[in-house]
Write a protein that binds this ligand. Structure first.
Ligand code: UDP
Length: 515
């Protein structure tokens, strides 16, 4: 075991030692132990980020928190945890070896964003499930003893870990409740005649308070794909047998869907988000998700400072979605044609030779009003800047909620999984966004996809959000109102704040009963 700044422990595979120096701070009045949450994220950036935010939230309420990680994944958020701990929180890292060799993954392939084929993805989930034994051994040696395991919904293997150690187990859902409810209903009603067999035949999602038309290809659960049936079954079972669900959302945003989902599952749901509002200090925001240098952050901020309020389009497609060079060209030329300032993040995996060759000319032509960032960008820092007026997003739920929390209208271009239903929520329910390509007929947008969008679509959608007309103003107003409600939800007395209180209290009460 190593100590960092005296309070963070990195626990090696077979070396889980007690945190003896923490004993004193871990006592509640009356000799009771404070609750100790063990958080098990899925090792994907869009899943780890909100889990680490949740760790900060729980620790800020006085709980002890252990985040389970692996060597490669630690490097991405250790700086933020160190910062949080230096600021007085108590978050431990339990670092386990990721069994790459056992499943035939290249050494160091420990995060979904390093996986490039379907076969590797299958191996990745197998490797994850093999962490159950080492995690049990590790947690057995921890003191204070863990009281509650919070597992990403995509880690059903943690059910055995919690059972073996007699821990309460909550499922943490990263996606929207709208996605959870709609995809569940589509699955449940599949044989009722309300859902067509054809993947691209439009229908209204059954069991919703309003009419939302979708196609089945874009309303599937996370693992409703050939070859992943077993994993989907395990995920469903792990949710059905959990002691409660934690969702990164807030009541004011998704009340009808939360109520219906709670009723449908018969489980307590604690909506505790948006967790991106957990840490407001600039230093956390810069470190969130990955490191950005102070110089780079300064360069971006100064660039934005020089632009008019709400004038800049921010473009980013998260950490997993990839784009073909031709789609990148359409985005770029669409941004150019819009004649508006933009910040465009192109992730490293999208920087093909063709893109490398083409980009400098576009950069040159748009030099006065375009900032192109390659690789990782401090998204929340950018979205928080008053110059940003719209977000062209793939509708990953974190990005969507970050835009919601900051009152930014969206231009939506979903690529996969829950992103299609998130788009429906934003465009049709919340009405704070405009679809880049309504009724796009595809199951996934990938690096191989061609011709799904054109520059004219980009130009049209940007104009619709930015033109200052009545509709655009009303949309912006709705977005601003949601941001006010999001902030309120996270403050003492707010719905998410109180929901987190109830969740922690539930653990304290259950632990007392068990002692
Ligand atoms: N993100 C970031 N910088 C980047 C790309 C992504 O900070 O250059 C963050 C973003 O703020 C969000 C997360 O990574 O918190 C992406 O999660 P999301 O659910 O939006 O999409 P995913 O990557 O899971 O598809």
């Amino acid at each position: 075991m190593h100590f960092y700044h005296g309070i963070v422990s990195i626990i090696g595979e077979n070396n889980c030692s007690p945190m003896t120096e923490q004993f004193d701070v871990m006592k509640l009045g009356g000799g009771q132990q404070k609750p100790h949450f063990v958080l098990v994220p899925l090792f994907a950036q869009g899943h780890m980020i909100p889990m680490v935010d949740l760790a900060c939230l729980l620790a800020s309420r006085g709980a002890l928190v252990t985040v389970v990680t692996t060597p490669v994944n630690s490097t991405r958020f250790k700086a933020l945890i160190d910062r949080a701990n230096a600021g007085g929180l108590l978050i431990l890292l339990a670092e386990l070896r990721f069994p790459c060799a056992e499943v035939g993954l290249p050494e160091g392939c420990e995060n979904i964003d390093q996986v490039s084929t379907r076969e590797e993805a299958i191996k990745f989930f197998l490797a994850l499930s093999m962490m159950a034994g080492p995690l049990v051994a590790c947690l057995r040696q921890q003191w204070p003893k863990p009281t509650c395991l919070v597992s990403d919904s995509c880690n059903p293997w943690t059910s055995d870990v919690a059972r073996e150690l007699g821990l309460l187990r909550f499922i943490f859902h990263g996606p929207s409740c709208f996605f959870l409810l709609c995809s569940r209903n589509v699955y449940e009603y599949a044989s009722s005649g309300d859902v067509p067999g054809d993947m691209f035949h439009p229908f209204f999602i059954p069991g919703l308070p309003q009419k939302i038309e979708v196609v089945r290809a874009q309303a599937l659960r996370f693992f409703d794909y050939p070859g992943r049936e077993k994993l989907q079954e395990q995920v469903t079972e792990a949710e059905a047998t959990a002691d409660g669900l934690i969702i990164n959302t807030f009541r004011e945003l998704e009340a009808p869907f939360l109520d219906l989902y709670q009723k449908s599952l018969g489980k307590t749901i604690w909506p505790i988000g948006p967790v991106s509002l957990a840490n407001k200090e600039a230093e956390y925001t810069v470190l969130r998700g990955d490191k950005t240098t102070a110089n780079e952050t300064e360069r971006i901020s100064s660039w934005l400072d020089a632009k008019d309020t709400a004038s800049v389009i921010y473009v980013s497609f998260g950490t997993i979605a990839t784009n073909s060079p031709s789609h990148i060209f359409e985005i770029g030329t669409g941004l150019e044609a819009s004649n508006r300032p933009f910040v465009w993040v192109i992730k490293q995996r999208d920087m093909s030779q063709e893109v490398e060759k083409w980009l400098p000319e576009l950069e040159e032509r748009t030099r006065s009003r375009g900032l192109i960032l390659k690789g990782w960008a401090p998204q929340v820092v950018i979205l928080s800047h008053p110059s940003v007026g719209a977000f062209l997003t793939h509708c990953g739920w974190n990005s969507t909620l970050e835009a919601v929390s900051l009152g930014i209208p969206m231009i939506t271009w979903p690529h996969l999984a829950d992103q299609f239903l998130n788009e429906n929520l934003v465009v049709k329910v919340l009405r704070t966004g405009v679809a880049l390509k309504p009724q796009m007929k595809t199951l996934f947008v990938t690096r191989e996809s061609e011709g799904l969008i054109a520059r004219e679509d980009v130009e049209r959608a940007i104009e619709a959000v930015m033109d200052g007309g009545e509709e655009a103003q009303a949309r912006r107003q709705r977005a601003k109102q949601l941001a006010i409600e999001a902030k309120k939800a996270m403050e003492p007395g707010g719905s998410s704040y109180e929901s987190l209180t109830l969740m922690i209290q539930h653990v304290v009460d259950a632990t007392v009963t068990h002692v």
